[in-house]
Design a protein around this ligand. Sequence first.
Ligand SMILES: Nc1ncnc2c1ncn2[C@@H]1O[C@H](COP(=O)(O)OP(=O)(O)OP(=O)(O)O)[C@@H](O)[C@H]1O
Length: 258
Amino acid sequence: MSIMLKTHHLSHRHDRRLCLDHISVAFRPGQLCVIGGPNGSGKSTLIRLLSGELRPSSGRISLDGMDLRHWQPLRLARRRAVLSQQVPNQPAWPVHQVVALGRSPYTDEDTAYGQQAIAAALDQVGLSDQHQAIYSRLSGGQRARVQFARSLCQLHEQSTDALCLLDEPTASLDPRWQHQTMQCLKDCAARGWTVICVLHDLNLASRYADRLLILHDGDVALDGAPEQVLDDPRIDRIYQLNFARLRHDGHRYLHAVA
Ligand SMILES: Nc1ncnc2c1ncn2[C@@H]1O[C@H](COP(=O)(O)OP(=O)(O)OP(=O)(O)O)[C@@H](O)[C@H]1O
């Protein structure tokens, strides 16, 4: 399968402090790649660089072989969606209007497809019956689901080469919606999309990811199939925890024991 998104010796400094150090990784279409790692290891910085929100201090990122900086913004917005870590405090709009922000790169909000995309995204996050509810009055987890719906409807359902970048999409969700969200991302990857998702929950990663990449001190410490990564004793050192390793239903699960 061809490589779509690639970093080339990517480094980034925040206020002169090196946060990512010469990272060269390639992300394949059709894969759900989870990025893990301790707090401050550079995960959000990497997502923000991959989205084009931040410019690398050195090195570059290519999408379909072309430097990300050279992508025309509207073309990029139709190709990739980003869900950032901070859930925005949008004004007192109805939920469907917040989700419709995902259709901004298009001119079809009022067309049948635009309306259908918004309705399908709301259905995907279980909020169809709340489409008229006022966003600012929803709970934190419900708002996170609305934002997930917004990013889903930004990408055409029939697309086979979309790119989806998500920073901790499950952080405020209850267990059911954590699993629903990960299953939805897995389904997106099955359509050929490149899905890159930051998660702290290694067990969710184990259950759903095709690939697990662990950042540590701004570097790629481990990268591979989830089971292979989770079985690596370096995981315990990176998180400074002792993990018991369990197996259930063909997946590896970690349980912190000290
Ligand atoms: N806007 C900023 N200005 C200065 N330093 C920053 C900024 N954003 C991040 N950093 C620093 O860069 C490093 C990496 O931060 P980043 O947010 O990428 O980590 P992370 O792995 O996503 O962490 P977390 O798991 O806590 O979300 C940290 O040391 C952080 O203090």
